[in-house]
Write a protein that binds this ligand. Structure first.
Ligand SMILES: *Cc1c(COP(=O)(O)O)cnc(C)c1O
Length: 397
């Protein structure tokens, strides 16, 4: 392909744009992963991740995509045939369910319309019905990347507590960690699943489990077969900053830099920045006269926005126009939503001008692809960022 001037806009909701500081950090010689210099790096990233997950407990790092960390959460804590409660919030929740089924778990899925988050009342009702306490885990996706809907993880925690059910609580934060407020310890999540390539601004290739004391205790007697994902040898080696097998050393250089950048900006400011860009995006979508996929305003995602295409128009044809004309990638509709929605990623290394460039690409694309809309989405976003949205940024300073 011929050179295209200017930078590519990678506005899918992950992988996200990798900032120069992280690229430079990764661009160093790989070192001996059993040597003293590595131990320092290992200890730094393992400790540095704790405030990101808001946990005082252990976080393990796998050289794997997020899917690996999904599997790790289940195989370390459960036994064949165990019942697991999941919620059909969208494509990613459905994939986690399929994975659990293939591992031999017996999954109860609370049906959903892919426009709402996990329903705390429905979860409480299923748990209350489970008099024999056969359900061993409740699994929810914090931010459903296929729909742009964020589940209230703390509300689900209270629902589990309200019925006094002992199930483990597992949460996928792959597209929310370091973009949307998340508290592993305070919300008493047992296993948090995360990945490197979204809010953490890294290339794909690392994933994480944050582990509660209760999950660790469950792992001692869990009977699902596990080897590569086993927490125990990982935690033992991690004590000295090492790993039981070759770690993704260069990605760990990047992770150390990402943690430093998040701490310099401050997590609260990072969350306020994402909230502001999420709101500006939604104002643009409304001004265009298009419909948000998320049906509940209390559950709008601050890391991405899924937009419904007007009937008779294909989202993929529209995305194709934008890719060809403006060198910008938008997220496609997944499985059931294929062709019906496009997704705007506004997470990671992102500022007002990247947002406005992104929205300008969408607005020009709507015109070029002949999608019925009103002009003025970009203007509405500008208005918000310099008006009502200016206060949000100040409040978090
Ligand atoms: C991206 C994503 C995944 C899948 O992660 P991979 O790194 O592709 O394995 C799972 N869950 C959510 C919520 C995601 O956003």
């Amino acid at each position: 392909m011929a050179y295209r001037a200017g930078r590519h806009f990678l506005q899918i909701p992950g992988p996200t744009n990798v900032p120069d500081r992280i690229l430079r950090a990764i661009d160093r010689p790989t070192i001996d992963h059993r040597g003293p210099e590595f131990a320092e790096l290992g200890r730094a990233v393992l400790a540095g991740l704790k405030p990101i997950f808001k946990t005082a407990g252990d976080v393990v790092i796998y050289p794997a995509s997020g899917t690996g960390a999904w599997e790790a959460a289940l195989v370390n804590t459960l036994a064949p045939g165990d019942r697991v409660l999941m919620c059909e919030t969208g494509h990613f929740a459905s994939l986690w369910r399929e994975l659990a089924g293939r591992l031999g778990l017996d999954v109860d899925m609370i049906a959903g319309d892919w426009r709402r988050g996990a329903d705390p009342e429905a979860i409480a009702a299923r748990l209350a019905d489970d008099k024999q306490r056969e359900i061993k885990a409740v699994c929810v996706v914090h931010n459903e990347t296929s729909t742009g809907v964020t589940t209230a993880v703390d509300t689900v925690r209270r629902a589990i507590d309200a019925v006094g059910h002992p199930a483990l609580y597992m949460v996928d934060t792959i597209s929310s960690l370091a973009s949307i407020d998340y508290r592993h310890d305070e919300w008493r999540v047992d296993v948090t699943v995360a990945g490197s390539q979204k809010g953490l601004m890294l290339p794909p290739g690392l994933s994480f489990n944050a582990i509660s004391a209760k999950a660790l205790a469950a792992s001692k007697s869990a009977r699902l077969a596990r080897s590569y994902w086993d927490w125990q040898p990982m935690l033992t080696a991690n004590k000295n900053g090492f790993f039981p097998y070759t770690p993704a050393t260069n990605l760990l250089y990047g992770l150390r830099e990402a943690i430093a950048m998040l701490m310099e900006e401050g997590l609260d400011q990072v969350f306020a920045r994402h909230a502001r860009h999420g709101e500006a995006t939604r104002q643009a979508v409304r001004a265009w006269g298009l419909e948000l996929l998320c049906a509940n305003p209390a559950e709008y995602s601050n890391s991405l926005t899924a937009v419904l295409m007007p009937a008779g128009h294909n989202a993929d044809a529209f995305r194709q126009v934008i890719l060809e004309r403006f060198d910008m990638s938008l997220g496609q509709g997944l499985t059931k939503l294929a062709g019906k929605v496009f997704r705007i990623g506004h997470l990671g290394d992102f500022n007002d001008l990247t947002l406005i460039g992104t929205l300008a690409g969408v607005e020009m694309g709507l015109a070029l692809a002949g999608v019925p809309h009103r002009r003025g989405g970009v203007a509405a976003a500008l208005e918000y960022l310099t008006g009502a949205g200016r206060a949000d940024a100040k409040a978090a300073e």
